[in-house]
Design a protein around this ligand. Sequence first.
Ligand code: ATP
Ligand code: MG
Length: 220
Amino acid sequence: MIENRIKYILQDNKRIAIMGGTFDPIHFGHLIAAETVREKYNLDKVIFLPSGNPPHKDKRRVTSKEDRYNMVQMATASNKYFDVSRMEIDRDGYTYTIDTIREFVSVSSKGTDIYFITGADAVYDILTWKDADELLSVCRFIAVTRPGYNKKELEEEINTIKSNHKCNINVLEIPDIAISSTDIRQRVMKGSFIKYLVPEHVEAYIRKHAIYQNRGGHNE
Ligand code: ATP
Ligand code: MG
C-alpha cells in the first residue's frame, strides 16, 4: 500500500526520482547525489526508498528497518523536494524494487517521468535485479559517479547494457564524496568520528540507540 502522501506526489508531479538504498545509515553522499540530480534534471521530488530485506544484503546483519527509516526521515526532513516512502520497509519477506516501481507507476498520472538514482557501483549489478528488463524500461536511470569507480569504465558498462536492453541510463558527474555506510559503521565500531559524514540528527540517533557499536547493527 502506497502512503497517501506519496500517492499525491505521484499524481501531482511529472518529474519524480526514486533514490533507493539500504541507508544503513544514510550519509551526505546519498544526500548530495540526490540533490545534484534533482537540480540538474529539474525534478519536482526525490522519493527516498529505504529497502526492506534486500536479498543481496543477507551476508551481513542489516540494522532494523525502523531505525534506517527514521534516520532517512531525519536526514531528508529539511529539504522540501525530498520525501521518504515506507513501501519497502512495510513489505514482508524479500523486497524487490520492481514491485514498488510497478505500484508507483500505477498511481502516477499520465506523462509522469520516473527517474531512478543509483551510484556507479549499482550499475554493475543492475541486471541481477528482479525483472531488470522491465525496470530498465519503465525508469530513466541516472547513474551518479562515485569515488573508486572510473567514469569511462562506467560509461562502457552502460553502453554494453544499452546494446542488449531497452533502457534509458545516463551518467551524471557529481562531486566526489568518499563516504560509504560501510565506513561509517566501522567508524562507530572503532570509536572514530562520524561528524561531517552524516547529518547531526542522524549521528545523535546512532549514539542514542547505540547502533553499530558492536556488530554493525541489530536484526529485527
Ligand atoms: P554500503 O557501504 O552499506 O553498501 P552505501 O554507502 O553504498 O552503503 P547504499 O545504501 O548501499 O549506501 O547506497 C544507496 C545508493 O546510493 C546506491 O545506489 C549507491 O551507489 C549510492 N551511493 C552511496 N554512497 C554514495 C556516494 N558517496 N556517492 C555516490 N553515490 C553513492
Ligand atoms: Mg552500497
